[in-house]
Design a binder for this molecule. Structure first.
Ligand SMILES: Nc1ncnc2c1ncn2[C@@H]1O[C@H](COP(=O)(O)OP(=O)(O)OP(=O)(O)O)[C@@H](O)[C@H]1O
Ligand SMILES: [Mg+2]
Length: 366
């Protein structure tokens, strides 16, 4: 409740639920507060409710329960033409019978902006996405990536305070996609636009966003800046969904406020920090990132637990080495090491010992 009363709140979802059929809730209890100028990404599996949230925020769908506010005013009470929301959807078609310039002028005409100002804004918007020479063409005469850039320019041309983007880069190849990721965040920050962005691509989410909301099953599982999300996942869904992650299962055998020991199903013990466990005997999934696994016992805390591991596969990836191990009876344990001059290249069949700092290993919900 306190979170939704922040006075710098620009976008607010308060206890929002949505059902399309009156039975199944596809959005279950959404609370979200965004300050002006924030770039927030919704990330989550297919069907988790991301587009539904955007449609409600745009005012195209109404919430079944709860309230959505824009700058303190309930979205239901703001007429569509006064909402000041720019939208880019993956399949949001440009008007095929209009030229690119006419496509961009359209949202300005709707807002009764005079001809000379309109032309000036269209020119600036096209220059912004490096499409200044294409104003006279029709959408069918552009490549997919160029069309997406025009769609972006059209969403920004009337200088909206809020922009909603639903997988706007889905159709682009990797290189153009990375260029556009940079252009979009740059534009949003320079123009002070508040952005809600939806993607399936977690690298995109991590690199572009001020904060990321991880969706699953109609709920936000965690809402945090990228580094926090990656380094401090709050539950095993987030740990497994964001980035590469090793999971080991077991039972808490010792616990204090800041540390715990987990006895794995294989019988071995490891060190972790208790995140979602509180007592001895509780089942847990522990999460450890591949780059935080240590092979050099001298770098571990005195008395730290270690595990025996057998090297199954060594994969050379250029900048890093990715090595697959058999650990605690499991064949999919991954470690990543930097390709430094003195780095060992492990060989399949080799027996090693691995460990980690307790703070890099999180005991989460089972
Ligand atoms: N107009 C609609 N009528 C009925 N059910 C719908 C409607 N739109 C979406 N749904 C359902 O609501 C749930 C959430 O859909 P939504 O489109 O919000 O998911 P999403 O997170 O955007 O998924 P994706 O990543 O695949 O785009 C899904 O189960 C979907 O089938
Ligand atoms: Mg969607």
């Amino acid at each position: 409740m306190a979170d939704t009363l922040r006075d710098d709140a620009f976008v607010e979802f308060e206890r929002v639920q949505k059902s399309y059929d009156g039975e199944v809730l596809v959005v279950k209890d959404l609370n979200l507060t965004m300050p002006k100028g924030e770039f927030l990404t919704m990330l989550g599996p297919s069907g988790s409710g991301k587009t539904t949230c955007l449609m409600m925020l745009a005012g195209f769908e109404t919430a079944t329960h709860g309230d959505i506010r824009l700058d303190g005013v309930s979205i239901n009470n703001i007429p569509p033409h006064k909402r000041g929301i720019g939208m880019v959807f993956q399949n949001y078609a440009l008007f095929p019978h209009m030229t690119i310039a006419e496509n961009l002028a359209f949202p300005l005409e709707v807002r009764k902006i005079g001809k000379s100002e309109r032309e000036e804004k269209v020119r600036r918007a096209l220059d912004m996405v490096e499409m200044g020479d294409f104003g006279g063409r029709r959408p069918a005469q552009l490549s997919g990536g160029q069309q997406q850039r025009v769609a972006l320019a059209r969403a920004l041309v009337f200088e909206p305070e809020l922009v909603l983007m639903d997988e706007p880069l889905g159709a682009l190849d990797k290189q153009l996609r990375e260029k556009m990721q940079f252009e979009i965040t740059d534009l949003a920050h320079n123009l002070g636009i508040t952005t809600v962005y939806v993607t399936h691509d977690q690298t995109e989410a991590l690199t572009m966003s001020d904060r990321v909301a991880v969706f699953d099953d109609g709920r936000i599982q965690q809402l945090a800046p990228p580094d926090q999300l990656y380094e401090q996942p709050q539950n095993s869904f987030v740990a497994q969904f964001i980035g590469e992650n090793n999971t080991l299962e077991g039972v808490v055998s010792e616990i204090s406020d800041t540390a715990c020991v987990v006895r794995l199903d294989s019988g071995e013990e490891i060190d972790a920090i208790p995140v979602n466990v509180s007592k001895v005997g509780e089942r847990t999934k522990v999460s450890i990132r591949p780059e935080r696994v240590e092979m050099d016992a001298s770098r571990l805390q005195p008395g730290a637990h270690t595990l025996k591991a057998e090297v199954l596969e060594f994969i050379y990836m250029g900048d890093i080495f990715r090595t697959r191990l058999r650990v605690a009876g499991q064949n999919e344990f991954i470690i990543k090491t930097r390709n430094a001059p003195d780095q060992v290249r492990l060989q399949p069949g080799q027996q090693i010992e691995i460990g980690w700092l307790a703070e890099d290993c999180r005991a989460l919900d089972a």
